[in-house]
Design a protein. Structure first.
Length: 332
């Protein structure tokens, strides 16, 4: 028996999702974008992955954020998304804004990572095949390469746009000085740097030290990843470490990061969230979105229910002066 053909919700653009202008461009991104860093790899359930992708699109999420090495295993998140494209999303390709990146370790040998022209162009060619796409909407240099001449990295981005393999380009996690060079280099070659992607959350406010204002000055947008600090900014760890949590499974989030001081902050923030009628996760997302220099926030999810909860954040992104004062005191 053939599986039913996917038919997206006809009200997907009337369900409450808001869209923000991406710098000085024609692009509008949803306030919440879906990241495929976790839970879309070869080790994960494809049935669960496609349900989350469908739910996201049905609720106005048009931006799907990937990278060449997302998985695990490397490349498998793109393969999963490619299968979803083929099975469900291909008729709606022009409604979607799809990103990928290159720069972190991907394959063996001297050209398997960093910012060489060889790595970036080879990686994007592989990504397009995995995702069943002719082009991506935005391609990022995933990290600054301190050894490769920055001109080489940036010229590769220029040529990728001119070859039609990406409509826009962006940079991720670049230090401020390198970012400024990138904005200027790309602008001089009439290739707009559409987005800067950076880590930004209540526990990591580094972008406030100049990166956010720099993106605005250069007509670019800022898209935040890790808004929940890998799950710390949720109620997940208030009563201990669950066996199925990221800390328990091992990986990027380590048990030593959950110190007594951090736990005390999490509990205090959770109390403020409850007073606002939100979960801590909802408030943490709303806190990032309160900043009008932020174009979109990338959320991850392990289930449709988790995705549903995260989407509630956009219902209340306003904070009183008193709330912000209390939050800043806790974070200090």
């Amino acid at each position: 028996m053939m599986a039913p053909i996917y038919s997206p919700d006809q009200e997907r653009y009337n369900c409450g999702m808001k869209y923000r202008r991406c710098g000085k461009s024609g692009i509008l991104l949803p306030e919440l974008s879906l990241g495929l860093w976790h839970n879309f790899g070869s080790v994960d359930s494809f049935e669960n992955s496609i349900k989350m992708a469908h739910y996201a699109f049905d609720n106005g999420i048009t931006h799907f954020d990937l990278a060449n090495n997302y998985g695990p295993s490397f490349g498998s998140a793109e393969e999963t998304f490619g299968a979803i494209m083929k099975k469900s999303f291909m008729p709606y390709r022009d409604e979607l804004f799809i990103s990928t990146k290159a720069g972190h370790e991907m394959w063996a040998g001297p050209y398997g990572e960093w910012g060489s022209r060889k790595h970036l162009i080879s990686s994007l060619d592989q990504s397009l095949k995995r995702m069943n796409l002719e082009y991506v909407d935005i391609f990022y240099s995933h990290r600054y390469d301190p050894v490769t001449p920055l001109e080489e990295t940036l010229q590769a981005l220029v040529d990728i746009v001119r070859q039609g393999k990406a409509l826009y380009v962006g940079i991720s996690k670049y230090p401020k000085e390198a970012a400024e060079f990138a904005y200027t280099y790309l602008k001089e070659r009439e290739v707009h740097c559409l987005l800067y992607q950076g880590r930004y959350n209540m526990f990591n406010r580094e972008p406030e030290e100049g990166i956010l204002q720099q993106t605005k000055t250069n007509g670019s947008g800022f898209i935040a990843f890790s808004p929940l600090a890998q799950g710390l900014l949720t109620n997940r760890y208030i009563n201990g470490i669950p066996k199925d949590s990221r800390i328990a499974r091992g990986g990027f989030l380590k048990e030593e990061q959950l110190t007594e001081v951090v736990l005390k902050k999490i509990k205090a923030l959770n109390e403020i969230a409850a007073q606002r009628g939100q979960t801590l996760a909802e408030m943490a997302l709303a806190w990032v979105l309160k900043n009008d220099l932020v174009t979109s926030v990338i959320i991850g999810a392990s289930s449709v229910n988790q995705l549903k909860d995260n989407l509630k954040a956009i219902e209340n992104c306003a904070f009183s002066a008193e709330e912000l004062e209390k939050i800043n005191a806790i974070l200090a």
